[in-house]
Ligand binder design. Structure first.
Ligand code: UDP
Length: 321
């Protein structure tokens, strides 16, 4: 259905994924019409099933590494969120990961240019690699191994940022870059290999929690509603440099495992496994820029966010039985 003239229209790539689906919900709640695109390689229509029949929501199954054809649409915002995003996904799909970060970013930028739309790139804390500066500020250039197993994701996102800035500088496209730090919440895939679904799934099934390395590496976990709020504020701003979004509350992976055991009251033991190659030792966002430019900071505390996430996985496991 065509949008009313005044209604804002957003394209969301990766809309059937974890972040893309929450972003679509937020845009619809803000009154946008949403054109959702996903090739379902790691996304799942169950994440957008509740939007079926919504007259402001349209789903197109398409791989955005190929040309995107939307000739008759007025489009105000293009959110490029499509990509395999968990380490095991991009290890299994190295070439599609490189392509969606490179060709997919090129195609979505081309769409934004053609439609005179704003463009928002989902970038990542992985652009900082295994960081030598801590916490990470946006002006840190990073420490990435281009030929390591994670390089396919890190370098694709770095290339995506370079392409975005080139379209901004050369074609004057109204662009934004969000560097997303570890985010968790409902609709993560139970078996995507990331630490949050892995530990919660293991705890709920009474299995040992698989801590990689000695568990002293750190991450900082942001609840999804906080992240989406930051992304929406950034999209509505006119700020073109990269902005970190994440929760600075940092913990070791061993502490995280202990928290999951405590909150789920699981009887699970901890089992130590080898640390994956190039696994970053530390990660914590410096969010001063987001605070200053967007007036944004996370609000959901860890216990509240993790309990909602555990409840989601409890229900998905129950429905699988
Ligand atoms: N990790 C772990 N056990 C698992 C999965 C992950 O100890 O079953 C560790 C992983 O080595 C990393 C951290 O948890 O140090 C976060 O991993 P994740 O895959 O969630 O994302 P990353 O932040 O590395 O992109």
């Amino acid at each position: 259905m065509a949008a009313k003239n005044s209604q804002r229209v957003s394209v969301v790539t990766g809309a059937a994924g974890f972040l893309g689906s929450h972003l679509s919900d937020r845009l619809l709640a803000e009154g946008h019409r949403v054109i959702a695109i996903d090739n379902l390689v790691t996304g799942n229509t169950a994440n957008i099933g509740h939007l079926a029949g919504n007259e402001n929501f349209q789903f197109i199954k398409h791989n955005v590494s190929n040309f995107i054809f939307l000739p008759d649409e007025k489009i105000d915002y293009v959110f490029h969120f499509a990509s395999p995003a968990s380490p095991i996904d991009y290890l299994e799909l190295p070439i599609p990961t490189l392509k969606v970060g490179a060709l997919g970013t090129h195609n979505t930028l081309g769409l934004a240019k053609d439609k005179n739309a704003a463009f928002i790139l989902a970038s990542t804390s992985e652009v900082y690699g295994d960081p030598l500066e801590h916490p990470q500020k946006e002006d840190y250039w990073g420490n990435v191994n281009p030929i390591g197993p994670r390089g396919v994701y890190d370098e694709a996102k770095r290339y995506g940022e370079a392409m975005t800035m080139a379209y901004h500088r050369y074609h004057r496209v109204d662009t934004r870059i969000v560097r997303i730090f570890n985010t968790y919440g409902p609709r993560m895939r139970l078996r995507d290999g990331r630490v949050v679904p892995a530990f919660i799934g293991q705890a709920l099934n009474g299995q040992p929690l698989t801590v990689f390395g000695d568990g002293s590496q750190t991450r900082s976990f942001c609840y999804v509603s906080d992240l989406i709020d930051g992304i929406f504020k950034l999209a509505m701003s006119d700020f073109h440099e990269p902005v970190n979004l994440g929760n600075p509350r940092e913990m070791t992976i061993k502490q995280f495992a202990d928290e999951i055991v405590r909150i789920t009251e699981a009887k699970s033991a901890i089992e130590y496994k080898p640390l994956p190659i190039d696994d970053p030792r530390v990660r914590q966002p410096d969010i001063s820029r987001a605070k200053k430019v967007l007036g944004w900071e996370p609000r959901v505390d860890f216990d509240e966010g993790i309990k909602a996430t555990i409840e989601y996985f409890r229900q998905s496991l129950a429905s699988q039985r």
